[in-house]
Write a protein that binds this ligand. Structure first.
Ligand code: TZP
Ligand code: MG
Length: 221
């Protein structure tokens, strides 16, 4: 039960200026787009993120323009009004973001909708909600990119949650080139990452390596 092609979730970059520095934000995104990411989420949040609404909108618009050039879906984390103003392709929300009211409004305006989940109970609630397109599940492994991250779920739990979910799942949190093959084997539609791309010294090679399990059939979609 979803309205999207799960392939868009396969290699999903989540980033804001706090992860790259302001100067490297657009160059990092363009390198990742050029290398073949399948989705981008603008997530301006947490320590060192921009605070001015005008600046946030400026970088979001620039990022959206780049995504259009590469024909990659452009999502926004949490900021419903910005997502509607820019006519983003999707909105992603967390459990503490008043998710259902935002998901409802976003869906009414035709956006793709995603929700972060961390427990079986949260996933079961989603069964009743056809307005939700996909689930983000994580963190799977320890992460340094989210200061308020919950405890890591691990691969076994991820596999159980993929089975429980009625919607495509994108895994997030601590995903690296060392564990991407194991993540793909749980049946997720894709992997969402921050630091493995933003801290890479060779983004083209990193993105190729992240996509590898889906090319070689290791992923159990
Ligand atoms: N939500 C759960 S973990 C996480 C988010 C946004 C951070 C993922 O970043 P990284 O660097 O890929 O671990
Ligand atoms: Mg949140």
């Amino acid at each position: 039960m979803t309205n999207i092609s799960p392939e868009i979730l396969q290699t999903y970059l989540v980033t804001g200026t706090q992860d790259t520095g302001v100067a490297q934000f657009l160059p990092t995104l363009e390198a990742a787009l050029n290398a073949g990411i399948t989705c981008f989420q603008f997530r301006e949040k947490g320590p060192n993120s921009l605070q001015s609404a005008a600046e946030i909108e400026h970088y979001a618009r620039q990022a959206q323009q780049l995504c259009r050039t590469y024909q990659v879906p452009f999502f926004i984390d949490d900021r419903l009004e910005l997502a509607l103003t820019l006519q983003a392709d999707g909105l992603h929300v967390g459990q503490s973001d008043q998710p259902w009211a935002k998901i409802e409004t976003a869906k009414r305006h035709g956006l793709i909708t995603g929700l972060s989940c961390h427990s079986a109970a949260e996933i079961i609630v989603c069964h009743q909600q056809p307005i939700l397109d996909y689930l983000g599940i994580g963190p799977i492994f320890p992460t340094h990119s989210k200061s308020d991250a919950q405890s890591p779920l691990g691969l076994q739990q991820l596999g159980d949650f993929v089975s429980l979910s009625e919607r495509p799942v994108v895994a997030i949190g601590g995903i690296s080139l060392q564990n991407i093959a194991n993540v793909a084997q749980t049946g997720v539609a894709g992997a969402a990452v921050i630091s493995v791309i933003t801290q890479s010294s060779d983004i083209a090679q990193t993105v190729q390596a992240l996509k590898q399990p889906w090319h070689t059939g290791e992923a159990s979609l």
